[in-house]
Design a protein around this ligand. Structure first.
Ligand code: UD1
Length: 421
């Protein structure tokens, strides 16, 4: 069995280089099938979710070359419109293939997607939007059987700015005979990266980063080369690691204006934050100050993906902090593990009431999803004694080299395979 062993208590200092963004690379890889040409994607993080996406692309008929952090996809020969349940269940973002395959094949047969167990994660907004664009969808035996005779471009008003639904609409509308406008679109930086990638292929999309995205259909797309943006959630994890250990860190290779909501919370906690062109510096206070309220919300609000690590940080603050989770209803699973470490946290529905304690103690900890795994590692860094964090398959979905980066910053941390099942 593999686990991460951490002897807590070291103060972290130094520089941490940030990998490419998981949530940007996954839809961009799906988008490579639109062109039927070759796409070269740089700065792809080495993650199990990326590997699974590459497997899906191969299953669809793509030729793929992975060389370090570069992935080259030749999508000239797509041979199926089908993705089996075994592949779909492994990652939530597989639903993005729906728009991409429909655009390319005019039909698609996909099972309902899987992903982290952080909430119900329905796909009604995706399906409603695609139906409005003329897709015929039949839900049969756990599969979505879809046909697209002719895309009907038009205005689509999203009930909620869903990241995945926004991406699916962009993918299906990029090649079309008309203009599609998404109103109340998601504004996440990863949507901007998808727009930039599609436009490099020859699409005509504008407005990403605002709540109105206009997609003027084109007749075909071309070859292109693209570099994935840095991962703002991974960077927030490193900032949290420095914060909770009372240290300092420079996160390198980031886009500082992606962090407004996160650094504002760290500043309220007493951290000193400085931003540079491609990096961010954080110096932790001697004692972490409590904050009144952190509320997760769509970008540019506080990211739900950074909520678990912030809860770890606040569990050591000098008083009571409130964190409200507004995006996913089941995202406080890590708190039961933090409580094992001595944290004083009460959950009331979507609200965590965190009464900061002087000390956390090391324990055996079990990740229940990707970001909860990161939160446990962060908490263990400051705990008194040793912790072992299990269920690394979750952490491997989103962190390329968490252990090495933290070790470089001075953590006493190791990944161990004890040989037992
Ligand atoms: C993406 C991110 C994920 C992040 C989330 C919110 C990827 C691969 N994943 O997930 O890391 O936590 O954005 O920033 O990019 N919803 C519906 N119906 C739908 C779609 C969504 O009710 O059809 C709800 C979801 O259950 C959730 C909220 O809307 O409560 C946000 O979901 P969405 O923005 O779609 O997140 P994902 O694209 O799944």
């Amino acid at each position: 069995m593999e686990y991460i062993k951490i002897n807590g208590g070291n103060t972290l200092h130094g520089n941490a280089y940030v990998q490419g963004s998981k949530n940007a690379v996954l839809p961009i890889l799906a988008a490579t099938i639109l062109s039927g040409k070759t796409s070269k994607i740089h700065n792809c993080p080495k993650l199990s979710d990326v590997k699974m996406t590459v497997e899906i692309l191969k299953f669809l008929g793509c030729d793929i070359l992975v060389s370090g952090n570069k992935i080259t996809v030749n999508s000239s020969n797509i041979t199926t419109d089908f993705i089996p349940y075994e592949m779909m269940k492994k990652l939530r973002s597989s639903i993005i293939f729906l728009g991409a395959i429909l655009s390319r094949q005019k039909s698609a047969s996909l099972s309902f997607p899987g992903g982290c167990e952080i909430g119900l994660r329905p796909i009604d907004i995706h399906l409603k939007s695609l139906k409005m664009l003329g897709v015929d969808i039949k839900e049969e035996h756990g599969y979505l059987n879809c046909r697209l005779d002719k895309l009907k471009p038009g205005k689509i008003h999203l009930d909620f700015p869903s990241v995945g639904a926004t991406e699916n609409i962009m993918l299906i509308s990029a090649i079309s005979n008309g203009t599609t406008t998404i109103i109340n679109a998601a504004k996440e930086p990863e949507i901007c990266d998808l727009q930039n990638f599609l436009n490099k292929m020859g699409a005509k999309i504008k407005g990403a980063g605002t709540s109105v995205i206009v997609i003027e259909g084109v007749s075909k797309l071309n070859e292109c080369e693209h570099t994935i943006i840095p991962d703002r959630i991974v960077a927030s994890t490193y900032l949290s690691a420095a914060m909770i250990t009372g240290g300092s860190v420079i996160v390198e290779n980031v886009i500082p204006n992606h962090f407004g909501a996160v650094t504002s919370v760290f500043e309220q906690c007493g951290a000193k934050v400085e931003t540079f062109k491609n990096s961010l510096y954080l110096k932790a206070p001697k004692k972490i100050r409590r904050v009144n309220l952190v509320r997760t919300s769509p970008y540019p609000g506080f990211p739900t993906d950074a909520q678990p690590v912030i809860v770890s940080v606040l569990s050591k603050a000098d008083g009571v902090s409130i964190v409200k989770e507004n995006i996913f209803e089941n995202r406080f699973k890590h708190t039961s593990e933090l409580i094992k470490m001595g944290a004083d946290i009460r959950i009331e529905d979507r609200i965590a009431i965190i009464n900061g304690v002087k000390e956390l103690t090391g324990a055996q900890l079990f990740a229940s999803d990707l970001r909860s795994g990161a939160a446990l590692v962060v908490a263990a860094l400051c705990a008194n004694g040793q912790s072992q964090v299990y269920n690394l398959n979750f952490i491997d979905r989103g962190y390329e080299n968490l252990v090495d980066v933290l070790k470089n910053l001075g953590a006493d941390i190791e990944r161990i395979n004890d040989g037992n099942e």
